[in-house]
Ligand binder design. Sequence first.
Ligand code: GAP
Length: 452
Amino acid sequence: MSETTVTMEKIVSLAKRRGFVFQSSEIYGGLSGAWDYGPQGIELKNRIARFWWKEMTQMHDNIVGLDAAILMHPRVWEASGHVENFTDPLVDCKKCKGRFRADQIPPENLAEKKCPDCGGELTDTRKFNLMFKTNLGPVEDESGLVYLRPETAQGIYVNFKNVQQSNRMKIPFGIAQIGKAFRNEIVTKNFIFRTCEFEQMEMQFFVKPGTDEDWFEYWRAERWSYYKKMGVNMKKLRWHRHGADELAHYAKDAYDIEYEFPMGFKELEGVHNRTDYDLSRHQQYSGKDLQYIDQDSGNERYIPYIIETSAGLTRQLLMLLCDSYEEQKISDKGNEDDWRTVLHFHPILAPITVAVLPLMKKDGLAELAQNIRIELKDDFVTDYDQAGAIGRRYRRQDEIGTPFCITIDYQTKEDNSVTVRDRDSMLQERVSRANLTSYIRQKIKSYNTASI
Ligand code: GAP
């Protein structure tokens, strides 16, 4: 891939122009911290979710899935420590009314209580809990207080016994979940990187105390190789180990996988050794026995340790947009057609796998193309486009990352063959209609990002 300067402005612009991400409630001026996923965005999001789910459940015999409710008993969040600890330090500027996270402004500004934007006076630092509150039932008082979950993990912990017993799971085993999470973030910037409503893909792996450090390393390696399989440029990834001052209240050890976004290296996902903190606290607060009885070890009882892998689905989507983006010079005619913008998604992640394009609308080519699309629909997500010059249509597909464009031309009428254009190399190959599905399947399976 050639060197392209990827900026957040370019990504935001492409995301809107090509139907990936729109501002929430845009016609009302937008809502900070919330975004809507358009036709291409939801396809891409579903693909990432499916890829992660397969990787975690289908490929691991000892991991099963769960879909817990977003609303949970409020005691869950007392037990988890979120009511007490899930806070950010907040300061306001008395002059410009700017609001900042105290840990994200220069220390000298904090010490001098001086606004980093306008130089006005800052308030004292106060703790701000990030959980959204709402009410269950018609009475708006504390009795119906519930929270929108700030992480999906707790839904797994409170179901530990349900899943373990109903599925006769033996330790070590894991529970995976994908779902919405909500945080009242003080600062939401960088597009969909940090938002108030987002999606997480979390897996909690229950292990015998004493084996936790080995499993921690196992999951670090697994999560690293996941990104390799996704086709991510591995040079843009790095590990960051949490220092003592960064560790969450529940963690014994924690590493982030960071990606080099246009605004610098930032957290993509976390791998945490949460010890027996969560299950012990839920046992204490609920009064229910959450110990595991190890029948293979003389009915030994213990509270399992938990190794967590916690990834942001919407953050991965942003990472993929940045990682796959390229502006490529493809000719030297001295006009805008010299350049194309292309998203080099791995074909298993691309929102649309195959675009079917008749060379002309006339002479029965459009009807033929529609029929070929029908043949492919059952196996692939397809698009059909007959509007404008063929070169322009290729560009439109390049911009949404469609890996294969099939062109139906006059030769198709004669010998039932089509051309398949490869997005990355732009090379075209003639393939017989009868072999099209197996040809594309094979190309997807053997896709190699090193060739981009
Ligand atoms: N259960 C552990 C947990 O929630 P976290 O580091 O707070 O850990 C895990 O979050 C992942 O969720 C992050 O690595 C990130 O990908 C995603 N994430 C967290 N806050 C987010 C936000 N405000 N917007 C988008 N994604 C977020």
